[in-house]
Design a protein around this ligand. Sequence first.
Ligand code: C2O
Length: 362
Amino acid sequence: TPIAAPDNIADCVTASSNLQNPTDVVRGLACCPPALSSKPEIYTLPVNPVTRIRPAAQRATPEYIEKYKAAIQEMRKLPDDHPHSFKQQAMIHCAYCNGGYNQEQSGHPELQLQIHNSWLFFPFHRWYLYFYERILGKLINDPTFAIPYWNWDHPTGMMLPAMFEDADPDTTPKQNPIFDPYRDVTHLPPAILDAEYAGANTGADCVNQISSNLASMYRQMITNATDTTSFFGGEFVSGDNPLQADTLIAGSIESGIHTAMHRWVGNPRMANNEDMGNFYSAGYDPVFYVHHANIDRMWKIWKDLGIPGHVEPTSDDWNNASYVFYDENERLVRVFNKDSIDIGRMGYDYERSSVPWLQSRP
Ligand code: C2O
């Protein structure tokens, strides 16, 4: 039976899992969404959508950056209990990833629902970003608005995009809606990221770090991602216990640069590596969505390489796995993995950026 988030999304409890120091959290653990409805509609993709083009953050124009910041600012102005508010959007990640929901909808109320470390990882986050982007566009009345992507697989994108830290130097705290106070200050620009960061800096100079990152991308996208399971992660179906680590297999990108960038951006001095370094708090850093846009782009690139074996899972347990979100019109909707396969149908695409790691076979 496929995993299914509850119809009644208020059927949710305070987060309790995947926390190193639950008593020292700086973001709340009560991350259940508001109950505007208890019965989601089945979501259908818009017919003939305008294509939103997600730009590479390091090449974004000043006009675009202003627009993006304005949209986030609008989101921050909404009351906390509004489903589109900055806080509610962040709490979605906490509810789905730190034990807010169980598997009751699919017959296993005794087990938690978890969308990491399995084949649910790519489709869940694709849907999460899809609604987040539409909500931001709606807040600034721009139906073509698209979120940026953090192009960390390209040498020109291998540091935290500058827009997240720029601010009026005379103001404290920084007057920048995409600034977040809980980041590792030693990893701000011009620090070059490490695609395999696991808590310790390599000390490599920038030329060597860049070539090691490119080689790492090649391994994560080609050498270690030759088939569906190695790229998407292992099966996860109703009845599987996410707290039993041996039932979980993360794909090459999820366990690779995905986790590395969460750790690299999060502040190691915080009790739970807030914000990016823990599921419960990651969504409070706007970088989270921009990081995940590039993760999502990796799915598209892996598929478009056209290499035999580069295909999505085909089983019903994957196709029919479903999540529940509020859409940009505050409608409660249920969405399925099978409707997330084609981003053209979903109405967005990525601005092209060259893929130099393809030539970087280690
Ligand atoms: Cu849901 Cu990057 O984690």
